[in-house]
Design a protein around this ligand. Structure first.
Ligand code: MN
Length: 193
């Protein structure tokens, strides 16, 4: 394993003999169409994990209030450790006592494309990216803008004004289920017997 393994922090936080989360292989080459996922995660505090495929890992942010379709809403997005690509379809229960303990569903997933000239990886270093999501729930442009410094830095997730922008929608409320299995968080929690 190279010293600069981007998944080092991810693995150090977890005991893979206890959690069913993927350990992840070495970073993979990017798919033709990079993907994104938004996982609804009922941990110590409910939040939405926004992850995008960049250079073979999932760059990740925890969004306490979740994504909005209203361009006037600036949603805090706290950057977290890179996750392995295999995490993109993870649903289930992270056991009590483990990092991120609680239930998780795939709230939305799909492809994205870069709206800027510079590569997404470079934009992330500079602190601003603009991407176009083609999800099952979320569509259109989103900006991620860094407002703080260092690891676990604060970013803002903001909807771009385009045809998919809609201040009236509240997809978090109207579309609560997993796009993979149709389950809710409660359904998953209920399976823990
Ligand atoms: Mn989380």
């Amino acid at each position: 394993m190279p010293a600069d393994d981007p998944l080092k922090t991810y693995r150090e936080k977890r005991n893979f003999e206890r959690t069913s989360e993927p350990r992840g292989e070495t970073p993979r080459t990017a798919a033709d169409q990079p993907r994104f996922v938004i996982q609804k995660h009922d941990a110590s505090r409910l939040h939405y994990d926004f992850r995008i495929e960049v250079d073979g890992v999932l760059k990740s942010w925890a969004v306490p209030k979740g994504p909005s379709t209203n361009p006037r809403e600036r949603r805090l997005a706290v950057q977290t450790e890179d996750h392995p690509i295999e995490y993109i379809d993870f649903e289930g229960i992270i056991p009590e006592g483990e990092y991120g303990a609680g239930t998780m569903i795939v709230w939305d997933t799909g492809n994205y494309r870069n709206l800027k000239e510079i590569p997404v990886a470079e934009g992330l270093e500079k602190g601003q990216i603009e991407i176009w999501l083609v999800g099952q729930k979320l569509q259109g442009g989103y900006v991620l803008l860094r407002t703080g410094q260092g690891e676990d830095a604060n970013w803002l997730l903001i909807k771009i004004k385009d045809e998919a922008a809609n201040p009236e929608l509240d997809l978090l409320k109207t579309e609560p289920k997993s796009v993979l299995t149709g389950r809710t968080l409660d359904d998953i929690a209920g399976e823990d017997v």
